[in-house]
Design a protein. Sequence first.
Length: 330
Amino acid sequence: MSQELEKRQGELNIKKSSLSKEQKTFNKLIQQIAALRQELAELTAILDKQRQHYIKHISPFVQQLTGLRTQLVVLMNGFMTLSKGLSDYEKEDLRGLILHLLQDIFRYQQGEPEGELLDIFNALSDTTYQDISEQYLAKLRVAAAEEETLPAPVTASKRERYKEEKERLLDALRRKNIQQLYRQLAKFFHPDLEQDPGKIQLKEELMKQLIIAKENEDLLSMLQLEIQWIEQEDRHPDQLTNDKLHLYNTTLKEQVKDLQEQIQSLFNHPKYEFLQGFAKTPQSARFIDWKSEKNNLDNLLYGFREIISGLSQDTKSALKVLKDVLKNNT
C-alpha cells in the first residue's frame, strides 16, 4: 500500500498512520468548517434569490390572500359566540382553524398584529401573542448577550417594536461571533507579539486583512485567514505540538458552533422568514416550485372568495357552508 497520501486543503501533510488524536481532530474540524462555510454562503445566496423572486412575482398575490384571510377570520369568529348551530367539537375545530389562519396572516402582513385580529388571537389562543413574542425574544437575547450592554432599540411605533428587536438581536448574534473570532485571531496575528523577525511582515499583512474583514463583518474571510495562518506558521506542520494543536482545536470547535448557529438562525431572519410558508428548512428553499405555488395561490384566492360569499349569507345557509369547511379542513 502506498505511503503517499494526498493532502486536502487545510489538512496536515502527514501520514494517517502517524496522526495523533489532536492531529486527527484538527483535520476533521478544518474540513467541517470548510463545509459549513460553503453551506452558509450557498444558503444565503439561495435565500436571496428566492426572496427577490417572491417580492417580484408572488408577494402581490400573497397580500391579496392575506386580505381575504382577514375577512374570513372576522366572519368565522362571529360563529364562536353562537349558542346553537355548532357542537362543542365543531367549535373547537373552528377555534383551531381560525388560529391557523391568523398565523398565516401574521407571517405575511406588514408590521406586527394589532386591533381586532390581535384581540381574536389572544381570546382564542392558550398563550397571548405578546407572551409568545417575548419568549422568542428572550431566547435571542440570551444568545446575543455580549460583555457590553446591547443598545436599546429605537422604534418609531409600537407596531414595529417586535420586528426591529428581533432583527437587532439576530444581527447582534452574528456580530458577536465575528467579534469573538476577531479577538482570537488578533492574538495570533498581532506583529508586536511576534519574536521571529521572519514572520513579522506576514503578520502585518494578515492583521491588515483581518481588520478589513472585521469592518466588513466578513466571517468567511476571517476563517480563511486563520486557516492560512495555521498552514504557514510551521514549515513542518506534523511537528506541531499537541498543546498547540489543542489550542487551535479549541478555537476551531467554537467556530464550528458559531457557523452552525448562523445557519440555524438564517431562516428566522426577518429578511427570509416569510419563505417558511413555502419551505420547511433553508436547505429545502432551493427547491421551491414557484409556478406551482402561484397556481396554489390562485386556487386559494378563488376558494376563499367562495367561502366568504357563503359565510356572508343568512345564518342557516352560512352554518351549512361553515360545517362543510370544517369537515374538509380538520
